[in-house]
Design a protein around this ligand. Structure first.
Ligand SMILES: Nc1ncnc2c1ncn2[C@@H]1O[C@H](COP(=O)(O)OP(=O)(O)OP(=O)(O)O)[C@@H](O)[C@H]1O
Ligand SMILES: [Mg+2]
Length: 369
């Protein structure tokens, strides 16, 4: 074993023990850390220094083979909960090596106290791992449920549509046709919500389909406006676009970005009273990035409510006073999709005046296309 004088100059805590697990000696650093005097410590089992459950584990996993005078002690560098003489526990890093010097078999334990914060860090890490696992379970559950819900819903939509259109003959009572129309509208709305939930669950589970390709953002804007054409024309709003000519391309997934635009434009339409204005703007900014904006002159959001607007499943209106339909997933979904593109989404708003959602994306050099 190491000569005592050498052990004492080492700042790491060193202890030696024999194949029975009996402590043979301890260096000065060990005594200082553990609060024992050498006389008190020598002769005690090594498990004295470990917290109870760690001690049991040590005895179970480490075989000290007394009969052969050797043992198989292979404790790789690991974290343990150690204990001082007065019983106070502390977190340490330790390793145990088998040593054979002067034909004597024994073991040397090297113990290093971890900084105080490591204890809380460890707890934090455990808590994070648990949260991640719970989140994954939630996302898996939502994805499975959404799928199950969509199948019967498609039957409801399909058949109510047939009745509403009186495809196979007259429904008899006109009220029935009206009800079929209501069923169709409600079921379609429900399907939209479920689709959003599924999308959000996929996003959280990192399973969103994402196929980026060089893309012209003006085609995304035009495409989404075409899809919302009916809503826009019924809304009593003035919608204008300010798209700079010859915009650089970005690396994007057209379907996903259309989804973003539909959500943002949908909100602008929904939350702007008749007579209001919506402007869609696209240009490059000084740092060369592409900036896309949806500006409305609608009801706006109070500054304190902006974080809530961006969080999943929340609407700024309280449930009791809720005037607008929706599941509160549009904005968070849009934000996640933009971030999937390496871009960012910012929302600024003045209550009663209007809202501006700004997106930024990196652009491609013409040589990259
Ligand atoms: N352009 C806007 N003007 C005013 N308030 C807005 C605007 N966009 C979003 N909000 C507020 O933020 C909330 C969250 O928006 P989000 O798009 O996530 O949900 P939603 O539109 O209510 O429902 P969904 O989009 O799922 O149908 C909205 O309920 C609304 O209170
Ligand atoms: Mg919305």
């Amino acid at each position: 074993m190491l000569p005592q004088f050498l052990q004492n100059v080492l700042s790491d805590t060193l202890l030696t023990f024999d194949p029975n697990g009996t402590i043979l000696n301890a260096n000065a650093a060990a005594l200082a850390l553990l609060g024992w005097s050498e006389d008190e410590l020598v002769g005690r089992p090594i498990t004295t220094l470990l917290a109870d459950d760690e001690g049991d584990l040590f005895e179970k996993t480490v075989k000290l083979d007394v009969s052969k005078g050797t043992g198989t002690v292979a404790v790789p560098l690991s974290w343990i909960s150690a204990r001082r003489k007065d019983g106070t526990p502390f977190l340490a890093e330790w390793t145990v090596l088998e040593v054979s010097l002067a034909q004597k078999h024994g073991f040397i334990a090297i113990l290093r106290r971890l900084p105080e914060t490591s204890d809380s860090e460890l707890k934090l890490r455990e808590a994070l791992a648990q949260t991640e696992a719970a989140n994954r379970a939630k996302s898996d559950f939502l994805a499975a449920m959404s799928h199950e819900l969509r199948t019967p819903l498609n039957a409801i939509i399909g058949f109510s549509e047939m009745i509403h259109a009186q495809l196979l003959g007259p429904a008899g009572v006109p009220k029935y046709v009206e009800y079929a129309g209501d069923i169709l509208a409600s079921a379609s709305h429900l399907l939209d919500i479920i689709t959003d939930i599924l999308e959000m669950a996929r996003m959280e589970a990192g399973q969103t389909e994402f196929k980026p390709a060089p893309l012209d953002i003006s085609s995304v804007i035009e495409g989404s406006m075409r899809l919302l054409h009916q809503r826009i024309s019924h809304s009593g709003l003035v919608l204008s676009t300010k798209i700079a000519p010859k915009l650089p391309k970005i690396m994007g997934d057209e379907r996903r970005l259309k989804q973003v635009m539909i959500n943002l434009l949908g909100n602008a339409i929904k939350f702007t009273p008749r007579g209001g204005q919506i402007v869609v703007e696209a240009k490059t900014v000084l740092d060369g990035r592409l900036m896309l904006r949806v500006i409305d002159s609608g009801i706006g959001i109070a500054e304190k409510d902006i974080p809530r607007a961006l969080a999943p499943f929340t609407q700024v209106d309280s449930v009791a006073s809720r005037r607008y339909q929706g599941s509160g997933l549009g904005l968070p979904l849009a934000k996640s999709l933009v971030e999937l593109h390496g871009g960012n989404l910012e929302l600024s708003s003045i209550l009663g005046k209007g809202t501006t959602v700004t997106l930024h994306f990196s652009t491609l050099n013409p040589t990259e296309i």
